[in-house]
Design a binder for this molecule. Sequence first.
Ligand code: NAD
Length: 493
Amino acid sequence: MSREELVVQRARKAFQTGKTKPLELVTERKKEIADSLKKDLGKSERCTELFETLGCEGEIRLALQHLSDWAAPRPVEKTLMTLVDQAYVQPQPLGLVLIIGAWNYPWAVTLQPLVGAIAAGNAAIIKPSEVSSHSARAMEELLPLYLDTDLYPVVTGGVSETQELLRQRWDHVFYTGSSSVGRLVMEAAAAHLTPVTLELGGKSPCYIHSDCNIRVAARYGPFVNCGQTCISPDYVLCEPSVQSRLLEEVRECIKEFYTENPKGFEDYGRIINQRHFRRIMGLMEGSTVALGGDCDEADCYIGPTVLKDVSADSKVMKEEIFGPVLPIISVSGVDQAIQFISDREKPLVIYVFTEDKKIIQRMIADTSSGALLANDCLVHFTVSTLPFGGVGHSGMGCYKGKHTFDQLSHLRSCLIKSSSLESVNSLRYPPHTQRKINWLRLLLLKQIDLKKLRRFTMITALMGLTAFIVQVTVPLFIRLGNPHWLILCNYTL
Ligand code: NAD
C-alpha cells in the first residue's frame, strides 16, 4: 500500500470517529509563515499579513462566529401539500476532502478552504504546492502542532505525489491552480465520481472607460505579489486617448508605491522561480515596453512593466501572464471591449472603471466571469459573503465564508411527514381521477412562503393583542374618569 493510500485510510478512519478540532494557527505563527514566504516569493512581513494571514484569520473568526447557524437545519418553503410537515435542508459533512494548493499565496489558498472543510466537519488532507517549497515545509511542520494529524495531515511532494493522491477515492477535491492541471484533477476525480471545486486562473480583463478617474484606475492591482495573483488584472482595454493618460498615472503610481528602485524595496517581491521568470520574459517578445522592463534572472526580479499598443494576437495575449506585466490594448469603446472579452474564455474576474452606471450594468449583462468588480481591483476576495470562484475555464464551485462551508457539505434534503394525513396522501393514489388531480394541482403548485406566513401570523397576533388592550384598558380609564390617562393611552396606542 502506498504512503498516500495509507494517509487516506487513516484520515477516513479518524473522520469516522468524529474528532474535529478548531484551527488556531495563523495568529501565533505569523513569524514562521512570513519567513517561509520571504524565502519563496520575497514577500515582506507586512505583505504576508495583508495578503495571506489576515484573510485566513477573518475566515476562521467568521466560521467560529457563525458555525452554529451554518450547520443548523435550514427550513424551506413548502407547498400546501406539505404545509404541516417538516421540510428542511440539513448540512452534513462530505467526509474526506483533498485540498491541493497553489504556490502564489500558498497559505491563503490552502488554509482558507481548510477552514471551511473543518467547519463543515470533514477530514481533510492538505497538499501544498511543491513550487513554494519553504511554505510547504513550514506547513508540514506547523499544522501538526495545531491540528489533529490523523484528521488533517499535510502531504508534501511534487507532481507524482499529487497524482498518487488523485488516484485515491475522495469525497471532494478542492484544487487551486492552473486550468491545464485542473483538467487532470477533474479527470482523476471522475473515476470515483468525486465532486470537485476548481479554483483556476486565466486572463482577467480590465476595461478603463474614458470618463473614469484614471489616477484611481492606475493605482490598483497589477503589481501586487509581482502580478502572481489569480485575480490580477491581466490586460487593460481602453481607447487610445486613455492609454497615454494611463501610462503617466501608472508611472507616478509605481514611484509612489515601490519607490524609484522597486528591486530594493521590501514591499516588492520576486518571481517564484527562474522557470516562471523566463516564461514571463518570453511573453513580452514582440511587444513594446512603455514602462519598466528591467529584470535580473539570478534574483528572479522583474520590475513593474507596462506594454503599450499591444495587438490581440501578440504572445503576451496567448496565456495568463501571472507576472508584473500589464499589456494595454486599444479598443474603440465599451462595445468593442465587450466583444473582445466575449470572444475569449470566461475570466475569473472582469474589472471596469467608469463613472457611468449604465456601462457597469452593460458589462454585467453582456459578459460572463466569476466576478465583476467596478472601480477597484482584487478586493472582492475580501468580501466573505460574496462567493469566490470561476466559471467555464476559470473554474467551478466557489468558496469564502459560508460558501466554503456549503461547498464542502452535503446539503441533505429532509422531509418529515406525519402519517396521520392519509386523506391528503390518498389524492395521489390510484385510481387517478380528474378531481384528485385538480386538488393536487392546488396543493402542489401553491408555494407557501414561510417567512410571509410567519410575518402575517405575527401581525395578526399583534393586532389581536392591541384590540384586547384597547378593549380592557379604555373602559377602565373611562371608569377612573381621569382624562390624563386617556391622553396617555391614546398616545401609547
Ligand atoms: P502549481 O504548479 O503549484 O500547481 C498547483 C498544484 O497542482 C500543486 O499542488 C501541484 O503539486 C499540482 N500539480 C501540478 N502539476 C500537476 C500534474 N501534472 N498532475 C497533478 N497535480 C499537479 O500552481 P500553478 O498551476 O502554477 O498555479 C498557478 C495558477 O493557479 C494560475 O493560473 C492562477 O491563476 C491559479 N490560481 C487560482 C486561484 C484561484 O483562487 N482561482 C488562486 C491561486 C492561483
